[in-house]
Ligand binder design. Structure first.
Ligand code: MN
Length: 424
């Protein structure tokens, strides 16, 4: 498959800093708000924001199937209705307009003045109206670490783990845009030595380093999406911090799984990077042994090499890198997750969100949660201001950044960032 907008030789007439996540080969989609305008659809090259409603209204998309409502919208859901062919054609057209040999738009200073905005003059909003949210548990190292911490290293993985991409239905209403701070949750918990449960603020607030993917319109209830079809149903990806209150979670999760320990907040990065833009960074996954059932088999390279780091920044303090992981460490890929999710006839809808599960690499330093980094609090992380962290403190900001890089092209997500405010 050749996707024209991915051509590594392209350069834009818009300046792109050398370490930018947003060269002309990225063309992500997001929702911007400014002081003077209602929210609308935008893309980004370097540190320049491109207002796609304005570009549409000046007639640069007349050869495409879109209408002004697709861009004059506070979510990407409208423009996603045309599916992969639609967004691929849009990304292709934007790439042509901003490629250095094309001056159709560049020569029109009145259009430029209205369509291009400085990154500092816009606020990024949550890009998609999310209907359903599912979170998987698909990194083997993470599942192994958690199994060691809560059970025993000899039986760390439960018997189903290598046969099923394990997941649960989460809550979409509390998925937040990067930059929206939130309060430490409170709830019921039972300290290990206590006779009875107690109520109070969570003392074991944790991040989970994840990615998310978002779907176009799926198939009707009763049908399923195969691993071979899955790519056509996936719009793009974002970084996801799936916050977890380990003390609330630990007391409530048997027998029905995650509930109030998980649903108080999850944050996503604000630019949706299309799966098309990530195609050049595909890599092979692990050999799956035991062999999976036929509906979970797949062909081709379906994993993606995305480097992701996690940083804790105390109030007025320096950043501390606490983890460097990679999305390629997943055991189950998105195609398998989607095939499994729909094999019973469950219907996927436009704008649904799917978390990868915490992504932990095989070595220390690559673990995607404080639970694993501090080994359940027994090995506190030493911060560069001399303090320690077992979990996340009030007024700490947690930042995740991620990008893929190959042949001199870097395609990134920017960041997902949020500060933990004291309990309300
Ligand atoms: Mn999670």
């Amino acid at each position: 498959m050749s996707i024209k907008a991915n051509n590594p030789a392209y350069k834009s007439w818009i300046e792109v800093p050398s370490d930018s996540d947003f060269p002309i080969q990225n063309i992500p989609f997001g929702i911007i708000a400014t002081d003077s305008n209602k929210p609308r659809v935008a893309t980004r090259i370097g540190d320049t924001i491109i207002d796609l409603k304005v570009i549409f209204n000046f007639g640069y998309f007349t050869d495409l199937q879109f209408t002004v409502e697709d861009f004059d919208s506070e979510t990407l859901n409208n423009m996603m209705r045309l599916g992969k062919e639609g967004t691929r054609s849009l990304r292709g057209r934007i790439s042509e307009l901003f490629e250095e040999s094309n001056d159709d738009l560049k020569k029109n200073s009145n259009h430029l003045h209205k369509a291009l905005l400085d990154i500092n003059d816009v606020q990024m909003l949550i890009p998609i109206s999310i209907g359903d949210y599912t979170d998987f548990y698909s990194s083997e190292q993470h599942a192994f670490n958690v199994g060691c911490l809560f059970r025993d290293p000899n039986n760390a993985l439960l018997p189903n783990w290598k046969h099923i991409p394990v997941g649960y239905h989460g809550r979409a209403s509390s998925i937040l845009a990067s930059g929206v701070d939130f309060h430490r949750p409170k709830g019921q918990k039972k300290p290990p030595t206590a006779e009875m449960p107690v109520f109070g603020e969570s003392n074991l607030l944790d991040f989970e380093l994840e990615t998310a993917f978002f779907t176009y319109k799926g198939k009707p209830l009763g049908d399923h999406i195969t691993t071979a079809e899955a790519d056509e149903y996936i719009f793009g990806m974002a970084l996801l911090n799936d916050w977890s209150a380990r003390d609330i979670q630990g007391w409530e999760y048997v027998p029905l799984g995650p509930f109030l320990g998980k649903n108080f907040a999850s944050h996503i990065s604000c630019w949706i990077v299309t799966l098309d833009a990530l195609e050049p960074f595909r890599v092979s996954g692990p050999i799956q042994d035991p062999k999976v059932l036929p509906y979970l088999e797949y062909t081709g390279d379906k994993h993606i090499d995305i480097k992701i780091e996690v940083v804790i920044q105390p109030e007025n303090g320096e950043e501390n890198v606490v983890a460097k992981s990679n999305y390629r460490h997943m055991y189950w890929n998105m195609n398998q997750q989607l095939a499994h999710h729909t094999i019973n006839g469950c219907n996927m809808r436009l704008g649904d969100c799917y978390g990868s599960g915490t992504i932990s690499g095989p070595e220390e330093g690559q673990y995607g949660s404080m639970l694993e980094i501090s080994w359940k609090g027994t090995k506190p992380f030493k911060m560069n201001d001399g303090t320690q962290r077992k979990f996340i403190n009030d007024n700490d900001t947690v930042v995740m950044r991620g990008f893929a890089e190959k042949d001199g092209v870097r395609i990134g997500f920017g960041e997902v960032k949020a500060k933990v405010l004291p309990t309300k």
